[in-house]
Design a protein around this ligand. Structure first.
Ligand code: HEM
Length: 386
């Protein structure tokens, strides 16, 4: 499955072919935030960034933004809100400790009640996915020939005998997996980055100066600009270092005895890397709890990237089970942050002096969704509001 996804679904060529769909969603993000800021100026950034991530991957997967009637201002309807909430519910249980993972005989008792919650959230996700997938499989059976999105690719990929490679069940599982994998990281990193930057406004200035220099104010940032947006990428990278989505990486199991960094790891061990332990390690990072994008800009001749193959912190991890969506995830994250910064002047809401940067007690998200004041920054005709 990993080979199919790498070569057919997330290959550089496929990502290039689907650029137009991602750009439509980056435009929709600016449209939505613009509508929010003209109708009262306080923006719920969490809603905007989560919906953007959901929209990008849905547009690439199903060629669809809306699951229901949709909204004229580009914002989420009740269906998208329900859907994205369900995705985040499932994701929040992905890393949770569960005794039956270690004592499978206890599984049927659902002692922590996790199974019930995750089943309900999965039911909601499937309620939206299944009819789209079933209908599309029918279209291919009836002669559809041209692939227009990732779902078409998953349905039409063939084995060496020219038969469909994936069963309906495998297609449904793969669609859900890719959607889960795409939504949480870009949105969490950008919500934190913006919150940190609003509290240090000189960073907002530096970031917009960079965008104005590279892109100008007459057009919106495009993915092709991002190689030159090193400061913006340093801000996103810093958010991944300091504010990972979860305290640990996904669990791995060692398939042989091995030594890593002087430690003996016996075959069969569950290996759980601490993302906080790495990213906030004072032996590696000066002043580790401070949000300082400059630390990623030491050599001006090197293009900043969000990947960290040396694992001084974990963004996409590395190796054979490393993230397969690093290129897409980087593009989504950088475009999201760059568009928000280019399109709007950001500040605290009326009556506040700082954004409260505390972590939630149950996970590493900002404790309270980021509410911020946004003001139009560009001439009206640059905004895609038609
Ligand atoms: C900023 C965005 C993203 C970040 C930071 C990120 C990070 C990660 C991390 C840390 C892992 C676990 C690696 C390990 O276990 O060692 C992972 C796995 C994975 N990611 Fe991503 N990811 C991002 C976006 C995406 C996107 C957009 C996709 C595809 C749509 C994707 C697809 C996957 C897949 C399929 C795996 C599982 C690989 C395997 O187990 O073999 N990711 N990702």
């Amino acid at each position: 499955m990993r080979r199919v996804v790498a070569s057919e679904v997330l290959s550089p060529t496929r990502l290039r072919l689907l650029l137009g769909k991602r750009t439509e969603e980056a435009d929709n993000l600016v449209h939505y935030v613009y509508s929010q800021c003209t109708s009262g100026s306080v923006v719920d950034v969490r809603v905007a960034v989560r919906q953007y991530s959901g929209n990008v991957i849905r547009k690439m997967m199903f060629n669809k933004r809306y699951l229901g009637k949709g909204r004229k201002d580009g914002g989420p309807g009740v269906e998208e809100e329900e859907y994205v909430d369900a995705l985040f519910t499932v994701l929040s249980y992905l890393y949770v400790f569960c005794i039956s993972d270690y004592m499978p005989s206890l599984r049927r008792f659902d002692l922590n009640g996790h199974e019930k919650i995750v089943k309900e959230a999965t039911r909601i996700v499937n309620k939206y996915h299944d009819p789209i997938i079933d209908e599309r499989i029918r279209e291919w059976k009836e002669g559809k020939k041209e692939a227009q999105d990732l779902l078409d690719i998953l349905i039409s990929v063939k084995d060496s005998d020219g038969k469909p490679l994936l069963s309906t069940e495998e297609i449904k599982a793969q669609v859900a997996d890719l959607i889960y994998a795409a939504v949480d990281n870009p949105s969490n990193a950008v919500e934190w980055a913006l919150a940190e930057m609003i509290n240090q406004p000189e960073m907002l200035c530096k970031a917009t100066e960079e965008i104005d220099k590279v892109v100008g104010k007459e057009r919106l940032v495009q993915e092709s600009d991002t190689p030159q947006l090193n400061y913006i990428k340093a801000c996103a990278r810093e958010a991944f270092r300091l504010h990972p989505i979860a305290p640990f990486n996904l669990p791995h199991v060692s398939n042989a005895d091995t030594m890593v960094a002087g430690y003996f790891i016996p075959k069969g061990s569950h290996v759980i890397l601490s993302r906080i332990g790495l990213g906030r390690n004072p032996k590696v990072w000066d002043d580790p709890l401070k949000f300082k994008p400059e630390r990623h800009l030491k050599d001006p001749s090197v293009e900043v990237k969000l990947v960290e193959p040396e694992l001084r912190f974990i963004s996409f991890s590395t190796g054979r089970r490393g993230c397969m969506g690093a290129a897409l995830g980087s593009a989504m994250t950088v475009m999201l942050l760059a568009r928000l910064l280019q399109g709007f002047n950001w500040g605290v809401t009326l009556g506040e002096s700082k954004i409260e940067l505390s972590e939630s007690k149950t996970d590493l998200f900002l404790a309270k969704p980021l509410l911020a004041n946004a003001k139009q920054r560009l001439e009206l005709d640059v905004y895609p509001i038609h």
